[in-house]
Design a binder for this molecule. Structure first.
Ligand code: ADP
Ligand code: YYY
Length: 231
């Protein structure tokens, strides 16, 4: 599997990785919109394939069943940062991929190597087709999907801050339970054999615990602009 992604020479590729609740999606969308770049949420693709498996009677505790079915769903991601979309077999999946059921199963499905191979190829082809450049966010973008990205950012934040942000999104959610679920998902994503959640050696780490979202966006925009000027 080739890892080289060829884009137009002026096209910048930005990889943003990190655990849940560090601000990847919010930051990536805002940075892409500000700089006129495309945007890809790779977590949404893993959620979409998980949703399809659950809807199609696949036993998601069986890596063999998941592997056999992995190539069946057709996942299409729209990359406009002001209105990203995702469909599975032509059906809008943007709502259902955010349910608690999908969230609790996505780490198991995304750990299966056959799933990663298919989704990684899809991500590389989207990045290669983004003529004006792209911000791609996920867990293994800087390490595996786009190791030649022009800029790699790894966002972190304390589990407390991440849990508070996540439970702030859902009315009446339990902070302690959110924190526990988040820590379990981090462990599964970091501990899997195939392209685990990890910081690339050449990524810039930004701890967002004490930063506002606006400060994180400005920090990343500055890093991208510095890189573009230097190129
Ligand atoms: N630096 C920050 N300070 C406060 N809230 C933030 C910050 N970054 C993101 N958020 C909020 O935290 C929640 C999770 O952010 P999100 O971008 O979805 O994270 P991720 O994609 O890493 O899971 C969102 O509601 C977002 O608005
Ligand atoms: N590049 C990626 C992106 C996400 N995943 C997996 C692991 C994550 O727990 C799930 C869901 O990712 P998503 O970014 O939607 O999760 P959060 O927004 O942080 O809750 O997908 C992955 O394995 N590789």
């Amino acid at each position: 599997m080739s890892t080289a992604v060829e884009t137009a020479s002026s096209a910048v590729i930005v990889a943003i990785d990190g655990p849940s609740g560090t601000g990847k999606s919010s930051t990536s969308k805002a940075v892409a919109a500000k700089l006129g770049l495309s945007y890809l949420d790779t977590g949404a693709q893993y959620r979409a394939i998980t949703w399809w498996m659950l809807n199609n009677g696949i036993d998601v505790t069986s890596p063999a069943e998941i592997a056999t079915a992995a190539a069946k769903p057709v996942i299409i991601s729209g990359t406009d940062p002001t209105g990203p979309t995702i469909t599975v077999d032509g059906e809008d999946a943007s709502g259902p991929i955010r349910t608690q059921e999908v969230t609790s199963k996505v780490s198991a499905v995304s750990a299966v190597p056959e799933v990663r191979t298919i989704i990684t190829e899809l991500q590389r082809s989207i990045a290669a087709g983004a003529e004006g450049g792209i911000v791609v966010e996920g867990r293994d973008i800087g390490t595996t999907v786009l190791p030649d990205a022009d800029i790699k950012i790894f966002l972190t934040a304390s589990p407390e801050a991440r849990a508070a942000r996540r439970s702030g999104e859902v009315k009446g959610s339990d902070l302690a339970a959110t924190r526990e679920a988040l820590i379990l998902r981090d462990a599964a994503d970091s501990g899997r054999k195939t392209s685990p959640l990890a910081k690339a050696d050449d990524a810039v780490e930004v701890d967002t615990t004490e930063l506002t979202l606006q400060q994180v966006i400005e920090c990343v925009v500055t890093l991208v602009e510095e890189k573009r000027t230097a190129a």
